[in-house]
Write a protein that binds this ligand. Sequence first.
Ligand code: BGC
Length: 359
Amino acid sequence: MSQDTNKLPSVSLHHYGNLEDGTEVSLATVKNANGIELDIISYGGIITRMMVPDADGKPGDIVLGLDTLEEYVASNPYFGALIGRYGNRIAKGKFTIEGKSYQLDTNDGENHLHGGVQGFDKKNWGMEPFVTETSAGVVMTLTSEDGDQGYPGKLETRVTYELTNDNELDMRFEAATDKATIVNLTQHSYFNLAGDGDILGLELMIPADRFTPVDKGLIPTGELKPVEDGPFDFRQAKTIGQDIDTENEQLARGLGYDHNYILKDEANDELVLAAKVTEPTSGRVLEVLTVEPAVQFYSGNFLDGTLQGKGKVFEHRSGFCLEPQHSPDSPNQPGFPSTTLLPGSQYETRIVYRFSTVE
Ligand code: BGC
């Protein structure tokens, strides 16, 4: 991806649609100088399109997405969305903070998933465009009232999507509350780096030596299990498909990979590599970096061919997600880094998608 100095980063805003109550939903098209182009809508902060050049310089859309606002409202399995207030699962939707117990929506069997029925993926965010000499993007803002989906505290959230000329989508998440609460924000793009077909031939590397085994409801048992000598070991790059059908209780529970990998023992602000994915035919490479202590690797197991978009049918395992985050059910797992946010302190996290091609 060579830099064309005649081209400057840019962002333009367009009308995307209206919600049932008339609320206007906007779409931002963000471009860098090297031919990367993103569409982001204010509804859910969803990245609906991600055009990234392949090794021959030919751009292709590398994310799964739907065609209309109505479809995003009716049946989005979190394609491209900002997730909050709590990415991933909380057992039975229950947690206790400062001696007070809270009950969240249970929208995934008996558990709470991705912020509830009306999570941040289903809210219309404020969206402000910006351009710098070397980047362009949007600042997304959302106020979630005290009690929203059962969560305590009024939460003010801000997410900056910044596409740089270094071919990175740099995402910075901030939040502040007026009552003790829990927060675990993330980004939920489903990638298909070839643009089509299943994802089993992609080479994946995750530099984690432990993961969190889960129960039948995909809630971590609390154990941090070494990946060594098993299908969960991605420390040396291997194809996603290599071991996915191994007979293994954990793979059976997730119908494939749907597990949390531990990147560090304690939350801190050091940006680390969470995963590297290489697609051999297009030559596209995606690296995911984060300051988060863990990353969920989900191999699109619940996609079953019922959803369509962009002229494609989203078959089983036609997209994968790499969602940096604190581990599922952390509020009920004393051994996991805390997800508590107190009034007066600022929640901050960062995720970077770095795009390149094989040498
Ligand atoms: C979870 C999956 C879930 C999917 C929904 C992922 O983050 O790990 O279990 O089915 O989101 O799209």
